[in-house]
Design a binder for this molecule. Structure first.
Ligand code: DER
Length: 224
């Protein structure tokens, strides 16, 4: 379908940035998956890269495609990362975490010399916040963090998937939290980072170098 074609177009644009012998951060989600599959084709044609997966799901996919891997916790630098987003602004601020992988995705982006985000035409927004902010919470802090998020005028909802409480790769909960439209993402990101029990959240500021958004037959790039 059209959206899938847009995702593939964006994925192919990002792959062009991968060079021989790169350490490549492998994102999570349907668009990143398309980029990983394109990467696997280039590896079959002789490209030498080492992948660093941002989730157990991506690790499994990469293994199935024969991509050599390094563990995220063992790398000190990544040359280029390719990942998706749930929302983004022209200021290159993102909301991520729709797939629940936001903690490792943020570590991957933080380690990357170049972070490329790939999306279909539906992710560009004027202001972040229509997509609820995913917040990763240690179960021992569940009620405490609920209180703190409500004090920040958030409306936290523990994520349920297929009728079961969603548990992340790091054995935590996700609270999808509605803060309404977010005027100052950097300020909210800072406030969320102060809450003990929060392992991570999906507001990504100052972590993205290029965003490729494909809409119909066109691709638009946003960069600093
Ligand atoms: O969970 C994530 O952060 C994913 O990257 C998500 O934000 C994008 O997933 P999609 O490419 O399937 O829309």
């Amino acid at each position: 379908d059209n959206q899938n074609l847009e995702k593939l177009t964006a994925a192919k644009a990002a792959i062009a940035f991968v060079k021989n012998n790169d350490v490549v951060g492998l994102g999570t989600g349907s668009t990143a998956t398309l980029a990983i599959k394109e990467l696997a084709k280039l590896i079959k044609d002789g490209l030498k890269i080492t992948g660093v997966p941002s989730s157990e799901a991506t690790k499994k996919l990469a293994i199935s495609l024969g991509i050599p891997l390094l563990e995220l916790g063992k790398v000190r630098s990544i040359d280029v990362s390719i990942d998706g987003a749930d929302e983004f602004t022209k200021e290159l601020n993102l909301i991520k975490g729709g797939g629940g992988a936001l903690f490792r995705e943020k570590i991957m982006a933080s380690l990357s010399k170049k972070t490329i985000i790939v999306t279909d035409g539906s992710k560009l927004v004027e202001k972040l916040g229509a997509f609820k902010v995913p917040i990763e919470v240690n179960p021992n802090a569940e009620k405490y963090v609920m209180i703190k998020l409500k004090k920040l005028k958030g409306k936290p909802v523990k994520r349920i998937e297929n009728g079961k409480i969603f548990i992340t790769d790091n054995q935590n909960y996700i609270f999808d939290t509605d803060f309404g439209l977010i005027d100052d993402p950097e300020k909210l990101a800072y406030e969320l980072n102060q809450i003990d029990g929060v392992l991570g959240h999906g507001i990504f500021v100052n972590l993205t170098d290029i965003i490729f958004m494909a809409k119909g037959d066109y691709i638009t790039s946003y960069h600093k």
